[in-house]
Design a protein around this ligand. Structure first.
Ligand SMILES: Nc1ncnc2c1ncn2[C@@H]1O[C@H](COP(=O)(O)OP(=O)(O)OP(=O)(O)O)[C@@H](O)[C@H]1O
Ligand SMILES: [Mg+2]
Length: 507
């Protein structure tokens, strides 16, 4: 039998990192193949080599049995390979059709962009594959789940036969994920092949027929999903048993540390994003904020941190009104923030791991009363943090922007926790993390709770909220639908509240 794709003994070295160490991967025609591995294991690198974004140092790639020379992305697309990246690459201010023909010669007619022709083709493809997309819609007006279907449509427009999806479900709601999987199954049934990179073991069991597991740049196994279990996959990947079950010891919460009253805010387009939001987070308590992405959670976090203005409402930190303070002042008073957007808000990608580890705290680590930068102290601090949180970096001088997605997240989380804050606003803390890393992050958050910190945990992962939170607030369309003690919350109740139903209607 000829495989659709064979990658043999692929080696890729970055300065100081052996990202792919003789990696082999084979995919059959019409197969949905999962690629699993710890943060920094080398999955994205391998996929970027396949897609022509990086060149392999050695090793062989075959498509339908024929050797593929070193190629760039245009040539990869020409050979029927398509990739959807961890971070979408759509131009937000352009329409669906414009995004799809962007950079394609086929969309041109006599040197002009033939948008009408393209739109008609996009519409036909969308109907044929049941994607329900309006070619004239602007990207910025589309929910994430639909944007992702646009990415898929883009691949279909180029007639990709082998589709690579790098963590496609990290930002999807459960319903959107089901929709995506239905589309993928239909594409596979047509004989197209799919490689899906994901950290979610149950998704692998659900969608893939085989899974290749990577650890530390090497392949540790390739197994049929029918012949394995989530537990075994976790073990193959992390090298030990992982029990994703947080143990929340009973604890009496203390005084209200972070209080919000009547917070109301509109966005730039005049849409109401926060509507009269009130809540208290107590010392030694994790207050979970559940909700489908895009129901005001990021706006809540940003307003608390002073990254966005509120028209009404008060924010108090340990009794002090901080509504008028700058972000730096709020941080200085003991408010920590772990943002969902690690690359743009939480870190400075050009700076080193060491510098990112002490962002905002350089003065504290400086010499001569804050006048002279103390590189040794900055390095010592970073080394401690990297060790305690298991951040995989080629070195402390390595640019933070080149860390794998999961390792950058661990770095930011570690920095904020090490600042010994009074209250933490934590947004989607385990998005894109492998199960081993999730275990670490959960344990650290619970340790912060035990240490008496007030934690506002915003998460779209219901499992995370149910495992960690003492009380659960559910947000829908900018307001809080209700707040329940954890003991009264079931996935069903919270799920219904996430759709806007009040707890009384539910319970
Ligand atoms: N452009 C680059 N320059 C230097 N090192 C890099 C570069 N890209 C990736 N690396 C390193 O290669 C290793 C593998 O990274 P990669 O992004 O492939 O991991 P991953 O398996 O996709 O992880 P994650 O699950 O966190 O997304 C990491 O140590 C990373 O820091
Ligand atoms: Mg990756």
């Amino acid at each position: 039998m000829t495989f659709h794709l064979e990658m043999r003994e692929i080696v890729k070295r970055f300065p100081g990192v052996l990202a792919n160490d003789h990696v082999s991967l084979a995919v059959e025609h019409g197969e949905i193949h999962a690629l699993l591995g710890e943060n920094g294991a080398g999955k994205s690198t391998l996929m970027q080599i396949l897609y022509g974004l990086y060149q392999r140092d050695s090793g062989e790639i075959r498509l339908d049995g024929a050797p593929v020379p070193l190629i760039d992305t245009t040539e990869a697309i020409g050979r029927g390979i398509g990739m959807i990246h961890q971070e979408f690459m759509l131009v937000r201010s352009l329409s669906v059709a414009e995004n799809i023909v962007l950079g394609l010669d086929g969309g041109r007619l006599g040197g002009r962009l033939d948008l009408d022709g393209a739109s008609a083709r996009v519409r036909a493809l969308s109907e044929r594959h049941g994607l329900a997309i309006d070619p004239s819609a602007l990207i910025e007006h589309l929910p994430i789940g639909v944007q992702q279907r646009v990415e898929i449509l883009k691949l279909l427009y180029r007639d990709a036969r082998l589709m690579i999806l790098d963590e496609p479900t990290a930002v999807l709601t459960p319903q959107e994920k089901d929709g995506l999987f239905a589309v993928l199954r239909a594409l596979a049934a047509e004989g197209r092949s799919v490689i899906i990179v994901t950290h979610k073991l149950h998704e692998i069991m659900d969608i893939a027929s085989r899974v290749t597991v990577m650890r530390d740049g090497r392949v540790t196994a390739c197994v049929e999903t029918a012949a394995t279990s989530e537990r075994e996959l976790a073990r193959l990947m992390v090298g030990r048993d992982v029990e994703l079950k947080a143990v929340r010891t009973p604890q009496r919460p203390g005084r209200a540390v972070l209080s919000v009253e009547g917070l109301t805010a509109h966005d730039g387009a005049g849409l109401l994003r926060l509507s009269n939001v009130s809540l208290d987070v107590h010392a030694g308590e994790i207050l979970g904020v559940a909700g489908v992405d895009g129901n005001g959670q990021p706006e809540l976090a940003q307003t608390l941190l002073g990254l966005r203005d509120a028209e009404q409402g008060a924010i108090r930190l340990d009794g002090t009104d901080i509504s008028g303070l700058t972000t730096a002042e709020r941080r200085g008073l003991g408010l920590a923030y772990i943002p969902a957007d690690r690359r743009h808000v939480g870190s400075v990608p050009e700076l080193s791991v060491a510098d990112n580890a002490s962002l905002g705290d350089q003065w504290r680590l400086a010499r001569l009363g804050g006048l002279v930068r103390d590189d040794a102290a900055i390095h010592r601090h970073a080394a401690k943090l990297v060790r305690r949180f298991g951040v995989r970096a080629a070195g402390l001088d390595f640019p933070a922007g080149k860390l794998s997605g999961g390792n950058l997240q661990k770095l930011i989380l570690a920095r904020e926790i090490m600042r010994e804050p009074m209250a933490l606003v934590v947004e989607q803390p385990t998005r894109g993390l492998d199960v081993g890393a999730i275990e670490t992050v959960w344990a650290e958050l619970l340790a912060q709770r035990a240490a008496g910190k007030a934690i506002l945990l915003i998460s779209a992962e219901l499992e995370e909220i149910l495992n960690l939170a003492d009380r659960i607030a559910v947000m829908f369309e900018g307001h809080i639908v209700g707040i329940l003690p954890a003991g009264e919350a079931s996935p069903e109740t919270i799920g219904l509240m996430m759709a806007g139903r009040r707890p009384v209607e539910v319970g």
